[in-house]
Design a protein around this ligand. Structure first.
Ligand code: SAM
Length: 240
């Protein structure tokens, strides 16, 4: 059941990007199928049953398309019995630095998805407003340490009691796995049209300490899916 279901979920989640061209479609399809984080988020029921979502560094909105497809399948009764219920997104707001990604998102979602709102913006500058869930998947390390701290402070302020900040970072203390991860990241970022970036990682214990200082209860989960990477998902909850 699960592999057939995953194929259906992947087909549904990548379909909106067909209208955004060859790159948009294959990028999202590749990302959603090969990166375990999308599957694990749903399977483990990490998100609340419903809520307002904010994704910072959202790219073309692959996560949002995944969540919308998941909820549709769930409501149609096509859902694995051992997975948590799919969350109901009340709104899906995103900010992304690259105009090309924002344009692809606009072509993918359009007016037929009124809950989705993806805008051009730098997470270091935009107003976050309020949200129940804030996500930053593989983007926090592009901003320097002082800005990371400020973004985390503002995310905490944007969340209510019981709110969730979910992010994935690299563990700079993980030796060779971290260096491989770092090299892949710099190469992919360069190929996607950015300058060769400086990356601002921390050791896992330092990420946890920083988030705890800002009032989050932090749980860590390795999230590299058998690849030789040092990726860790940080599930940061505001105490209820
Ligand atoms: C590795 S990609 C991940 C994209 C998306 N989160 C995903 O999982 O598909 C990192 C994204 O963060 C964006 N980004 C980097 N710095 C940013 C900033 N200061 N504000 C907003 N977006 C940023 C990049 O343009 C890029 O699209």
């Amino acid at each position: 059941m699960t592999s057939r279901f995953l194929k259906t979920l992947l087909d549904d989640a990548s379909r909106p990007f067909r209208g955004g061209g060859h790159f948009a479609y294959h990028y999202s399809r590749g990302k959603l199928s090969s990166d375990c984080i999308f599957r694990e988020l749903l399977k483990r029921g990490i998100f609340p049953s419903q809520g307002h979502f904010l994704d910072l560094g959202c790219g073309q909105g692959s996560l949002f398309s995944w969540l919308l497809a998941a909820r549709r399948l769930y409501e149609n009764g096509n859902w694995p019995s051992d997975w948590a219920a799919a969350p109901k997104p009340l709104s899906l707001r995103g900010f992304e630095l690259m105009q090309k990604d924002v344009d692809r998102a606009a072509r993918a979602f359009g007016p037929q998805h009124p809950v989705v709102d993806i805008r051009l913006g730098d997470m270091c500058e935009v107003d976050f407003g309020q949200a129940d869930v804030v996500t930053i998947l593989d983007a926090l390390h592009y901003i320097d340490h002082a800005r990371q701290q400020d973004v985390i402070r503002r995310i905490r302020a944007a969340l209510p009691a019981g709110g969730l900040f979910l992010t994935r970072v690299g563990d700079a203390g993980a030796g060779l796995r971290y260096h491989i991860c770092n090299w892949v990241d710099r190469t992919v970022t360069f190929v996607r049209g950015h300058r060769l970036p400086t990356l601002y990682e921390r050791k896992l214990a330092d990420w946890v300490a920083l988030l705890s200082q800002h009032g989050f209860q932090v749980e860590t989960l390795p999230m590299s899916d058998g690849k030789p990477f040092a990726n860790v998902m940080l599930i940061c909850r505001v105490p209820a």
